[in-house]
Design a protein around this ligand. Structure first.
Ligand SMILES: Nc1ncnc2c1ncn2[C@@H]1O[C@H](COP(=O)(O)OP(=O)(O)OP(=O)(O)O)[C@@H](O)[C@H]1O
Ligand SMILES: [Zn+2]
Length: 676
């Protein structure tokens, strides 16, 4: 057989995770970069992608093996796609192969040319649904100005900073229309697609003659493959997806929208811990395509970029219809009778406000960011608490199935009838979660139609859509829920948003906790008074022990800008992002000492350059999960390039440390971590 050339191929090989670059294979065809291939690795046959890199010289004495097969029925992945993947792998310190193969549908890896040809043929059946000619509302003056400024911005990233209910969606729908008219494709990223079934509907109505596909983890493997192929082959004009969709190959990219760009779910929490928002901005630059970030509460990173003029800021302070934002009031728990304040989530003023909405036939939203019935069970006799035997956490009491469940490792048991330690029958729930709150509301307000939305009530397929549908149809008076109810919904009948007690985040050790809480409360507040006719009597009630806290005062005046300015000033003083750049090295081991010893050994390997600080290893705040001890070490640098250069030198060497540390289970680097 003639073996004409050597190809660089990336493979996903977890057992060789130190293999960060491409491997060399022989091939008698010079497959172009971006071609999927089957190659031998050890004794296995694995899927790989031909990479646009010079194939390295084989080590002397090593015989190169041939490419076994190429999936050449598929158009090669475009060069920009390969560049994006290479960048992401380098930036987040993972192997190119892991990121590359992780970004193609798993189904694709299993197909041969014949099977793929069949799928491609079936793809022709994907056609736009058609439908009535769309009705486009006239843009408001603010929307029109934002669009003008966006068109002038060209390929400079834009931050669409618009109040909740200011009609940001309408602006990017128009931007998408521009893009399609220019013959290009639009990629629209949203935090969680299931939370916004309305959005897909809106896109379908506006673009009846265009093929719109979605990409998210809720699809079947076959659907995911079909949608991905439609995007890659240019058949789909619009791709609507969650963070994973940032890697969708597009032959004619013309626009990337990142809606609710502040949302933490854009940052992956496993594998390559990438930020889809940051990669979207990088991708825009790479492909010379505009990027539109939208939020009422931008991340401080994006806000900072807008302040520095790197992003064009498009402001839309006014709500559609001219409605005002709801009045924010605080229920000072210090002034509520003590028993009521400590033991009941529902203070008399809160119940009165809810009762008033019931009388008027208006809807209320009650936010409590903790699911389950109670966070812990407690024995009044001996002090036993429902700890998880495998984690440093309490197990949560779920009343619906009378279980004690660990939310970290999943360990579940039936609730004991009596205290497992002393046999006392009087064990009680302490504190409350949404399940208990729902029960207390139903008791306190007989006749009210109370519903609940959280991760427990929405596990079944279609359950969330059904509940949201009932809410939109006015069949629910009071909706209780976690942060899921605060996001993006265009509820028309809500005039009261109550927040039971969000204080914990005020005193968190995590420097981003304040930013997250402020965004959550602003977003929750944004669900009230969206119908301009009801806006003036809409209210937000926050129950708190600290009504004078500056965060709450900024919330009272809906003043994101003041909040952002004070936070950024604090972060500048403290040397925190976006004024500094962080990475976390995490180690998990059978013992805490083992995990920390590995981190210490890693630190000893580092030649720490000027501008980089390496902090000592410490236990993570949730120290043990599923019997694994966790520790972390913070790396701080004055600038992004300094951090990147340091990590690029240091992290590859850490792969060699493993052998000396038997107690180590795994380790990983988190670049730009969300929480520390
Ligand atoms: N120009 C317009 N004319 C009439 N109605 C509009 C216009 N623009 C938007 N709307 C309507 O106003 C409501 C709020 O718009 P939208 O949901 O886009 O707000 P948003 O800025 O995305 O809010 P949030 O940040 O809270 O999600 C929607 O019901 C939308 O249909
Ligand atoms: Zn556990």
């Amino acid at each position: 057989m003639s073996q004409a050339c050597t190809l660089a191929v990336v493979v996903d090989a977890p057992q060789h995770s130190a293999l960060r670059e491409a491997l060399s294979y022989l091939s008698d065809t010079a497959w172009p970069a971006g071609t999927l291939v089957q190659v031998p690795l050890g004794r296995r046959m694995v899927c790989g992608i031909v990479w646009p890199a010079a194939a390295g010289d084989p080590e002397p004495g090593v015989e190169l093996r041939p490419v076994a097969a190429a999936l050449d029925t598929l158009a090669p992945l475009p060069p920009h796609w390969c560049n994006l993947v290479s960048f992401a792998a380098g930036y987040y310190q993972r192997s190119v192969g892991e990121v590359a193969l992780g970004a193609v549908p798993p189904e694709l890896r299993r197909l041969d040319n014949k099977q793929l040809a069949l799928r491609l043929k079936r793809l022709a059946r994907l056609t736009p649904p058609g439908g009535a000619a769309p009705v486009w509302p006239d843009p408001t003056p603010e929307q029109a100005a934002a669009l003008r400024a966006w068109r002038e911005a060209g390929t400079q990233p834009a931050l669409l900073f618009g109040s909740t209910g200011s009609g940001k969606t309408e602006v990017y729908l128009r931007a998408v229309a521009d893009t399609l008219a220019a013959g290009r494709q639009a990629l629209v990223l949203v935090p969680e697609i299931n939370l916004t079934p309305q959005l897909e509907q809106r896109f379908a109505e506006r673009f009846p003659d265009r093929l719109i596909v979605s990409l998210h983890s809720g699809l079947t493997p076959a659907q995911r493959l079909r949608h991905w192929l439609a995007a890659h082959l240019g058949q789909a004009d619009i791709v609507l997806g969650t963070r994973m969709a940032v890697f969708t190959p597009l032959p004619r990219p013309g626009l990337i929208v990142v809606d609710e760009e502040h949302d933490p779910s854009y940052k992956s929490q496993e594998g390559a811990r990438y930020s889809a928002r940051d990669l979207a901005v990088y991708r825009g630059r790479l492909e010379q395509c505009p990027v539109l970030l939208a939020s009422a509460t931008p991340s401080l990173e994006s806000w900072h970029q807008a302040e520095r003029g790197r992003y064009v800021r498009l402001s839309m302070p006014t709500r559609i219809g001219g409605g005002v934002l709801p009045t924010v009031k605080f229920i000072d728990l210090n002034h509520v009778p003590r028993a009521a304040a400590h033991h009941e989530a529902l203070t008399p003023p809160l119940l009165a406000a809810l009762g008033q909405r019931l009388e008027r036939g208006e809807q209320s939203l009650v936010l409590l960011n903790r699911r389950g019935y109670a966070p812990v069970l407690h024995c009044l006799e001996c002090g036993w608490k429902s700890g998880c035997p495998h984690c440093s956490a309490w197990r949560v009491f779920h009343r619906s199935d009378r279980s004690l469940r660990c939310h970290h490792c999943g360990y579940t048991e039936r609730v004991p009838r009596a205290c497992p330690d002393c046999g006392n029958a009087d064990i009680r729930p302490v504190g409350r979660g949404t399940e208990r709150l729902e029960e207390q509301l139903a008791e306190a307000l007989p006749g009210a139609r109370v519903a609940r939305i959280d991760a427990d009530t929405t596990r079944a397929k279609g359950a969330l859509e059904a509940e949201l549908g009932r809410m939109h149809a006015g069949e629910v008076d009071i909706l209780v829920g976690t942060q899921m109810v605060a996001k993006g919904h265009d509820f028309r009948g809500v005039t009261l948003v109550a927040v039971v007690n969000p204080d914990a985040a005020l005193f968190s050790s995590d420097f981003r906790a304040g930013e997250r809480l402020f965004a959550l409360l602003m977003q929750a507040a944004g669900r009230a008074g969206r119908d301009a006719a009801q806006a003036a009597r809409s209210e937000v009630l926050v129950q708190t022990w600290h009504p004078a806290h500056p965060l709450y005062q900024a919330l009272r005046t809906h003043d994101y800008e003041a909040f952002a300015a004070s936070q950024l000033a604090e972060r500048a003083m403290a040397g925190l992002p976006p004024h500094a750049h962080l990475a976390l090295v995490r180690a998990e081991g059978r013992t805490q000492e083992g995990a920390q010893a590995w981190l210490q050994a890693a630190a000893d390997l580092a030649g720490v350059p000027q501008g980089v600080t390496l902090y000592p290893p410490v236990p993570m705040s949730l120290q043990r999960v599923a019997n694994i001890e966790r520790a972390q070490m913070l790396v701080e640098a004055a600038s992004r390039p300094v951090l990147q250069r340091f990590l690029a030198d240091w992290v590859p060497a850490l792969h060699g440390l493993r052998g000396d540390h038997k107690g180590l289970v795994r380790w990983a680097v988190d670049v730009d971590p969300l929480a520390i």
